[in-house]
Design a protein around this ligand. Structure first.
Ligand code: GDP
Length: 326
């Protein structure tokens, strides 16, 4: 591990967030890295509390994730699902046997009154995940997707049941006004030198986290005073397309041509730095014109080694953006 003695907070959704968090976790100690995860995708199914982004991040850090799907566990079996199908139960959301046990135990603990933060800490300890993984809030937030065809759909119905096909008109984060960041989230942000926005979906993975933490003081981007001054985002859009998922389609349907530039503009006012892919190098000048420093590199992370390399380059970039000690 590289001892940077930096305190880094990464904001993450599922697939893209988990990959980059895995890269950071290969370099930074548990004292140096905290991962704050979106819970707007959470939902209840068969009476179970399911937290898809938290599970993807934890499974990935634990080395338990299914590399083909980007969600769920490797070596999964599907006996419960087979029986559910036979019984005529809804089968649009795939629940592997091992994954199902995670949801059963999470639900049992929530019903006992435990906080999602404590439950996640316990799961991480059991799976051998050393880095703190924090839900953005212990209060429920539910992302609703407003679509042209069906009106408002709960996120998982849009994402899984309708395979992201409906045309998006907007988003609503139910419960966000009353949801609070946890003490753990506040403490991690208070001691952070830099906040990294993983290459996750800006609309439905990062925005809910930003909405939750936005009442917290973020430091001055020039002096670092008052909180994490350095804020760097990585683009989930490469060459106008997403690697996986509907982020580019969402930009287009909301009337914004999808590109790394559109992502930087989406976060405008928040960022000190932005990481974009080599294929988008021509966009770097426009991003710099927004007073955002850029790092142009290869941003595809199919393997653990690629994740580590991108994390290493990003951390070097972060170091270059930190205010010089006075
Ligand atoms: P979700 O909640 O499971 O959709 O996961 P995220 O929001 O964390 O991740 C979805 C985003 O990750 C998509 O917009 C993808 O383009 C992006 N993504 C996935 N793999 C990679 C990768 O290897 N590199 C980059 N730059 N982005 C990626």
């Amino acid at each position: 591990m590289t001892q940077t003695h930096l305190s880094i907070v990464a904001l993450a959704g599922g697939v893209g967030g988990a990959k980059f968090a895995h890269g950071l976790a290969q370099l930074l100690s548990p004292e140096e890295l905290t991962i704050i995860v979106n819970t707007g995708d959470d939902f209840e199914h068969f009476g179970l509390s399911i937290s898809p982004d938290l599970d993807t991040v934890c499974y990935t850090l634990a080395g338990l994730a299914n590399p083909e799907t980007g969600w769920g566990r490797a070596g999964e079996t599907w006996q419960a699902m087979d029986n559910l199908r036979q019984l005529g139960a809804p089968d649009w959301f795939a629940l592997g046997d091992r994954d199902l046990a995670t949801h059963l135990e999470r639900t049992r603990r929530l019903k006992e009154g435990q906080r999602l933060t404590e439950i996640t800490r316990h799961f991480c300890a059991a799976w051998g995940v050393k880095h703190p993984v924090l839900p953005m809030s212990d209060d429920p937030v539910r992302t609703m997707v407003d679509t042209a065809e069906y009106g408002e759909l709960p996120f998982q119905e849009y994402f899984v049941k309708h395979r992201c096909e409906p045309r998006v008109r907007g988003f609503r984060f139910e419960g966000i006004e009353s949801a609070r960041p946890t003490l753990e989230v506040r403490a991690a942000l208070a001691r952070a030198d830099a906040v990294l926005l993983c290459p996750s979906n800006p609309w439905v993975s990062i925005d809910p986290i930003l909405r939750i933490i936005s009442p917290l003081p973020l430091g001055d981007p020039l002096t670092g005073a008052g909180g994490p001054g350095v804020r760097v985002a990585l683009s989930p859009i490469i060459g106008g397309k997403t690697v996986k998922g509907p982020a580019a389609k969402m930009f287009a349907e909301l009337g914004i041509p999808p590109s790394a530039l559109a992502v930087a503009e989406h976060y405008r006012g928040l960022l000190t730095g932005f990481v974009l892919d080599r294929v988008d190098a021509a966009l770097a000048a426009s991003i710099q014109a927004m007073n955002i420093q850029t790092l142009v590199t290869d941003t595809l992370m199919p393997t653990p080694a690629e994740r580590k390399r991108l994390a290493e380059e990003t951390l070097r970039f972060v170091l270059s953006l930190l205010p010089a000690p006075s």
